[in-house]
Design a protein around this ligand. Structure first.
Ligand SMILES: Cc1ncc(COP(=O)(O)O)c(C=O)c1O
Length: 437
């Protein structure tokens, strides 16, 4: 199949160098298991689960059939003052794998919407408990919390922020947790927990009683995988408890087995008050995001509203869309039936052995990894930031591998259904390609 610049022109592509891409497109036309097929008919192994979505592998018939059946039965139904069974079933099913006491789920359509929804839940909760004056928000450098105005405000990635002046006021950023001493650390760095004291400093500067919430990704994902230092998340939890600050884990990447447990919260043994999730919730087969809150937050918001009235003035036309819920239910059934979270935990050792084997390449300047998630940095060699990363990504595609790059960091997140041989194939292609650069 040939595509020319003419036929590609009308779609303004997201997070893409449109002119560069359209001159030399990389299109996927089919997918199955851990492979895509490109428009040139080449097999391309998926080293990033699409974009951390396709954990159960691509084009799972169980999901396709569930969505098709749902669309043929009840294609759409609003969820304002009426409802449909799939959203209730999915929320119920989901809370079987969330930490204890987190039993209420609000549906959105993406990770970005989940994050912005969580901001509004915190605002509503704080008002309901008589703490409506809390108007400061804490996030982190190098954080990624989506692209809506709230999420961009929380984000700590310069390129995602610099063009957009009109972000939400009152957001401050803690330092990120990367340190040069931690280069090539496998798993959690032993140094760096002291970065959590940044939150205490903000409490001392702004008044802890004025801080509404603190956002962290358990493992910072899109920036290139920053694994939390030992003791870091525990200390963040402790400070939040001390000052009544709502702790939010953005689990959009860490959720659904990526770290060998349902969520990052369980992997690190720290329970937040709210979790945002998306991506692998539906295996990427339908757009969906969700916010899971602890019972006390839900009950406080419910009880503060007049009986019979709407308690939370928020929602999307597609919140809890039946087809997305059907995809979510089928996906969670696959995770459970195939024990995919345990499978991910079992594959992690081999995966990390292979990834850390890349450190003998001169071009690789750091590797970080945990579970089935790893990031490696390549030496920009004097080029503009990200230029060599893009070059590597293009070469890897030509060599038969899809991988997400952020700047000069490659991010490997194989589908949880991968076998050791798939991991070996992925790392083999990365090794050969980087060695030639
Ligand atoms: C941690 C985190 N939060 C939020 C988002 C935004 O999700 P979406 O692209 O579905 O809006 C992402 C996307 O990568 C993410 O990694």
């Amino acid at each position: 199949m040939q595509y020319t610049a003419n036929t590609l022109e009308n779609h303004w592509m997201p997070f893409t160098g449109n002119r560069d891409f359209k001159a030399d497109p990389r299109l996927m036309v089919k997918a199955e298991g851990v492979y895509f097929t490109s428009h040139l008919g080449h097999k391309v192994i998926d080293a990033s689960s699409g974009l951390f979505c396709s954990a159960a592998g691509h084009c799972r018939p169980e999901i396709t059939e569930a969505v098709a059946t749902q669309l043929a039965t009840l294609d759409y139904c609003p969820h304002f003052q009426i409802g449909a069974p799939p959203s209730f079933e999915l929320a119920n099913r989901l809370t079987r794998i969330t930490p204890d006491g987190m039993n209420h789920v609000f549906f959105a359509n993406s990770g970005s919407e989940a994050v912005d929804t969580s901001l509004k839940i915190v605002m509503a909760y704080n008002r309901a408990r008589g703490e409506g004056h809390r108007d400061k928000w804490v996030s982190r450098e190098r954080a990624y919390h989506g692209v809506n105005i709230g999420g961009v405000s929380l984000s700590g990635l310069m390129k995602n922020r610099e063009t957009f002046g009109a972000v939400m006021p009152g957001v401050v950023h803690m330092r990120h947790t990367w340190t040069p001493e931690a280069r090539f650390t496998r798993g959690r760095p032993t140094h760096g927990a002291e970065m959590a004291e940044d939150l205490l400093r903000f409490c001392q500067l702004l008044g802890g009683h004025n801080i509404a919430a603190c956002y962290v990704e358990p493992v910072a994902g899109s920036t290139g995988i920053l694994v939390p230092p030992v003791g870091y998340l525990e200390r963040i939890r402790e400070i939040c408890d001390q000052f009544g600050i709502v702790l939010i884990f953005d689990e959009v990447i860490c959720g659904f087995g990526r770290l060998g447990t349902p969520f990052g919260a369980q992997a690190f043994g720290v329970t937040p008050d709210i979790m945002t999730m998306a991506k692998a919730l539906t295996n990427g087969a339908q757009p969906m995001g969700a916010v899971c809150v602890k019972d006390e937050i839900y009950e406080t918001v419910m009880n503060a509203a007049p009986a019979g009235g709407v308690e939370f003035f928020h929602g999307y036309t597609y919140s809890g869309h039946p087809a997305a819920c059907a995809a979510g239910l089928a996906t969670l059934a696959i995770y459970e039936n195939e024990g995919l979270f345990d499978k991910a935990a079992a594959l992690s050792g081999h995966f990390l052995d292979q990834v850390y084997g890349l450190q003998d390449l001169d071009i690789v300047t750091d590797i970080r990894g945990i579970g089935l998630l790893a990031g490696f940095d390549i030496d920009p060699a004097g080029a503009a930031p990200g230029a060599r990363g893009l070059e590597a990504q293009k070469r890897l595609f030509k060599a038969g591998l899809h991988i997400k790059f952020t700047g000069d960091s490659g991010i490997i997140a194989p589908p949880l259904v991968s076998e050791e041989s798939h991991v070996d194939e992925m790392i083999g292609i990365i090794r050969e390609t980087l060695a030639e650069m």
